[in-house]
Design a protein around this ligand. Structure first.
Ligand code: PMP
Length: 433
């Protein structure tokens, strides 16, 4: 039985400077954002402009502070502006921000990633998750001589034509029809359907690409045996298995989802947390596949800023810090504390809320049953989420402005941050239900 809704509303924060900046920027930058995820079109209202990010705290133009659960959409795993990461990047800028020739930082970074991910024998560094996925798919096509890419409904793999065109939630015009035709969708957590898809395109499938934990439809966990089954089917149909670990890479465990679930992909893509806040993407895997890249092989991929020294320096420092045992203990303890705290209220009041989490990525899903695939995510109550979003925003909690995208805890969040968040979310739940 649900209690009567609390009708008091939070006093709105004074965000006048953000409001006027958002109006002005919209005249010069489409929608006022350089990436549509950042806009508030789903939740309403104007975007908040921040001018400082330190540890777990964001500060906006009007001096309001927020406990941050966006984590910059994933990168801020240690919290913002970690002193030694900042120092490493500063040193790299001073030594030369870009050379256009190999540096020892690239060598060191390659060693650092490979040490954490045994499935990776060789790696290439690029500038974004999108670029990593785009390159990995071209590589799989070049290596196998086949064209079709199988991906899972509701997944997000960046905005290249091959993986955006067919995603049912990101339909964009302007994509090459031919690229869309070569991408086939299948539901997450359904091995029978995957098998049928692969059978149908038996001799034509270059790759299966999967977010091992799907972060863009509500942090959907793979059911027991699912990833192992995907691996087996890829072997059976001689198809390259690409794990898109752009988000999960360092988030769900030190060795990513592949370590957590014990499944070895052929290629892995990375981004976000790997660069210490600097723009990064990377893809790597089996040596025989990576050998297909130019200048050894015939698959082309290049980039003026690929393996950028500043990014490499930030990434090396992040990976060094993540080796400290306490980081993952902290990430897990804080994330568990948050879920226990809000879980209690959800249980007491039987709220139609699903709490879905893997490591330090989580989602508070406004749905009456767990989300295990894209179809389930369609019944999420985005309107109620929008109200909740603004209630917590007005109390100084910053969540992703989306009812389905993953939120993130960082190692800089303190127990007090989490306690305060539980208290404020509890108030917000009482107001929206
Ligand atoms: N793959 C996954 C799983 C992602 O979460 C994202 C970003 N949300 C991307 C690819 C694209 O990365 P980027 O935004 O750096 O291009």
């Amino acid at each position: 039985m649900m209690n009567k809704a609390d009708t008091r509303t939070e006093k709105a924060l004074d965000t006048a400077s953000s409001k006027s900046a958002s109006e002005e920027i919209a005249k010069l930058i489409p929608g006022g954002v350089n990436s549509p995820f950042r806009s508030f079109h789903e939740v309403g209202g104007h975007t908040i402009f921040f001018n400082k990010a330190q540890g777990s705290i964001l500060t906006d133009l009007d001096g309001n502070t927020y406990i941050d659960y966006l984590g910059a959409w994933g990168p801020a795993i240690l919290g913002h502006s970690h002193a030694s990461v900042v120092k490493a990047c500063q040193d790299a800028v001073e030594a030369g921000a870009v050379f256009g020739a190999p540096t020892l930082l690239e060598l060191q970074m390659a060693k650092s990633v490979i040490r954490h991910f045994p499935s990776i024998e060789q790696i290439r560094f690029v500038n974004s998750g999108t670029e990593a996925v785009m390159s990995a798919i071209r590589l799989a096509r070049g290596f196998t001589g086949k064209n079709i890419v199988v991906m899972f409904e509701g997944a997000y793999h960046g905005h290249s034509d091959s993986v955006l065109g067919s995603t049912t939630h990101q339909s964009s015009t302007g994509l090459l029809e031919a690229a869309k035709e070569q991408t086939v969708l299948t539901p997450f957590n359904d091995l029978n359907r995957l098998e049928a898809t692969l059978r149908k395109h038996a001799d034509a499938t270059a790759a299966v690409i999967i977010e091992p934990v799907c972060g863009s439809m509500g942090v959907v966990l793979p059911e027991p045996g699912f990833l192992q089954g995907v691996r087996k089917l890829c072997d059976e149909f001689s198809t390259v298995l690409i794990f898109d670990e752009v988000l999960t890479g360092l988030r769900v465990a030190k060795g990513g989802a592949q370590a957590l679930y014990g499944v070895r992909p052929d290629i892995t893509t990375f981004g976000k947390a790997l660069g210490g806040g600097m723009p990064i993407g990377a893809y790597g895997g089996r040596r025989d596949i990576m050998d297909a890249l130019m200048p050894i092989g015939a698959v082309y991929q290049a980039g003026t800023f690929s393996g950028n020294p500043v990014t490499m320096a930030g990434g090396i420092e992040v990976l060094r810090l993540l080796d400290e045992d306490t980081v993952y203990e902290t990430l897990d303890a804080r994330s568990a504390q948050l879920f226990e705290g809000i879980g209690q209220l959800v249980k007491e009041r039987s709220l139609p809320i699903q709490l879905q989490r893997a490591g330090s990525m989580f989602a508070i899903i406004f749905n009456d049953k767990p989300v295990r695939n894209f179809d389930d995510s369609k019944s999420i109550d985005a309107e109620r989420f929008a109200k909740f979003f603004h209630h917590v925003l007005n109390q100084g909690i910053y969540l992703p402005p989306s009812a389905v995208d993953a939120a993130c805890v960082s190692a800089a969040h303190t127990e007090q941050d989490i306690d305060m968040t539980i208290e404020k979310m509890t108030r917000a739940f009482k107001q929206v239900f």
